[in-house]
Design a protein around this ligand. Structure first.
Ligand SMILES: [Zn+2]
Length: 336
């Protein structure tokens, strides 16, 4: 029993699409789920309501309308405390204003009133299958959801990516929730919807909601080991010193080989004059987001991660009695 975590119920879940307006699987999936929800009769909602409410959100409507990643600035970098509490002026970028609206709707970030779980839907042009991207390698809720998806979607590789933010603050939409992750599915060009990618994302969301439902109903999930990809660094394209234009593309032997181990000396880029440039790092690492189209402007040709095996405890939902005790403890701590 020592290795069991008892965690609060997940009553309020948000599924967000269109945070990047040209990542179309999430846009169409949220629209579809909204249609289904509307069709559902009131009585049915009451039947399985109670336990959990699911809020469906289209995060960046103006960017979606124009099929752009964003209008003024990347919305998914606007959820730091500094951005969220700053003054709203005429010249405040659209996405920064929208981030404050979303924080009011789904947060406020870091407060007791925030959503219990936020799943933010994204697409990538990289060959990454389905990845859950988080800021934590000890959020047992996210990690158990990942394990559930991995078991339920055997045809698609499912991976867990961890961005370590001990030195800086989390900045993405999913960080507004008490638990949260981005669900990244690819390869799919931006501005395009591919049925196989859409269907994988739809299954991912459905299995995620199933897991929350099981968890809330008291199912005990066994602990165990899982692989976590922890981001170590990014690599930019080789660039011309004067013009800053890129001078090479991802090497054909690396293209589409996301999560295949990259060893020192392996081909990395092919210059536009035909020369092969090799990986000069000293440690073998796992590449991903290889040739993501939205990252050219960020100076990222690929990301590199270390694979680690992490032990996760068994989890189950707190009983009402345990939840009451925790709330009392929380309140008395606040009063002190
Ligand atoms: Zn995205």
């Amino acid at each position: 029993m020592k290795d069991q975590s008892r965690l609060p119920r997940l009553s309020r879940v948000a599924v967000c699409g269109g945070t990047h307006g040209n990542e179309l699987s999430g846009v169409y999936l949220v629209r579809e789920l909204l249609k289904v929800k509307k069709k559902k009769k009131k009585e049915e909602e009451d039947e399985d309501g109670g336990a959990m409410s699911v809020l469906l959100v289209l995060s960046n409507p103006r960017a979606m309308q124009q099929c752009l990643r964003y209008i003024d600035t990347d919305l998914n970098r606007c959820f730091t405390h500094a951005c969220l509490i700053g003054p709203t002026l005429d010249k405040t970028p659209y996405e920064m204003r929208r981030a404050r609206e979303l924080n009011a709707m789904l947060g406020p970030k870091g407060s007791a009133g925030a959503m219990d779980l936020i799943c933010d839907l994204h697409n990538t042009t990289a060959n990454m299958g389905l990845s859950l991207i988080t800021y934590s390698d000890h959020d047992w809720i996210c990690m158990h959801i990942f394990r559930h998806l991995q078991r339920q979607i055997p045809d698609t590789p499912v991976r867990y990516i961890h961005y370590d933010v001990t030195s800086k603050e989390s900045y993405s939409l999913d960080s507004v929730g008490k638990h949260g992750f981005a669900m990244e599915v690819g390869p799919q060009p931006h501005g395009v919807v591919r049925s196989n990618i859409y269907t994988t994302m739809k299954s991912g969301v459905q299995y995620m909601l199933d897991w929350v439902h099981f968890f809330n109903s008291g199912v005990i999930f066994d602990g165990g080991f899982m692989d976590v990809f922890t981001v170590v660094k990014h690599i930019d394209y080789p660039r011309d010193g004067e013009t800053h234009n890129i001078t090479a593309a991802i090497h054909p032997q690396l293209q589409d080989r996301d999560f295949c181990l990259l060893r020192p000396g392996d081909p990395l880029f092919q210059t536009f004059s035909g020369e092969t440039l090799r990986y000069t790092g000293s440690e073998p690492l796992y590449p991903f987001f290889i040739n993501e189209s939205a990252y050219y402007e960020k100076g990222i040709a690929l990301c590199l991660a270390r694979k680690r095996r992490v032990k996760i405890p068994s989890v189950r939902v707190q009983t009402e009695e345990e939840e009451r005790q925790n709330e009392q403890r929380y309140t008395s701590e606040e009063e002190e």
